[in-house]
Design a protein around this ligand. Structure first.
Ligand code: GAR
Length: 181
């Protein structure tokens, strides 16, 4: 199996879905966070996965992430609710070996508040995208998407919940395909 390291910032439900789907294609060897109190870190510890956090400023944090990933022999980094913008230097070190899941149908709604923006625009559907990470935010090659309807009365929260459910099946499937290619 390929060795995957995951970067989170909080809850880590996508990280959990990636860990649960690990097997012949990939194993998760490290979960790292920019927030020491990220709920996902505690879950990963319970699973016996190596964890690491570094809340410091970007240059030091990224250097520490990079060293920890290399120390664990990581082949591919999966960003999963990691809410810090990565430097061009970090991205170039992991070029072609780092994926992200973004809660919109890219190229629509890069950045934050994707669900509120989709509702505000009157869109009939929303979704999520797994893409290769490049220096330009949320702009790398899209490897897969999943769609859900936007329903009358939806709020950003109700839509986020519906999208999150499909994130949890999309990301493990696309990661498994990616590490085999
Ligand atoms: C997910 O919906 C993910 O797509 C989104 O944050 C949530 C994290 O949830 N990511 C971004 O907005 C990236 N800019 P999780 O921590 O439970 O996986």
């Amino acid at each position: 199996p390929k060795r995957v390291g995951i970067l989170i910032s909080g809850r880590g439900s996508n990280m959990q879905s990636l860990v649960r789907a690990a097997g012949d294609a990939y194993q998760v060897v490290l979960v790292a966070s920019d927030k020491a109190d990220a709920a996902g870190l505690a879950w990963a510890v319970e699973q016996g996965i190596a964890t690491f956090s570094h809340p410091g400023p970007r240059a030091q944090r990224e250097a520490a992430f990079d060293a920890a990933m290399r120390d664990k022999g990581v082949d591919v980094i999966a960003l999963a609710g990691h809410m810090q913008i990565l430097s061009g230097d970090f991205v170039s070190r992991w070029a072609g070996r780092m994926l992200n899941i973004h809660p919109s149908l890219l190229p629509l709604y890069k950045g934050l508040d994707t669900h509120a923006r989709a509702i505000e625009a009157g869109d009939a559907e929303a979704g999520c995208s797994v893409h290769v990470v490049t220096e330009e935010l949320d702009a790398g090659e899209v490897l897969g998407q999943a769609r859900v309807p936007i329903l009358p009365g939806d709020t950003a929260d109700s839509l986020a919940e519906r999208v999150l459910a499909v994130e949890h099946s999309l990301y493990p499937r696309i990661l498994a395909e990616f590490v085999k290619r």
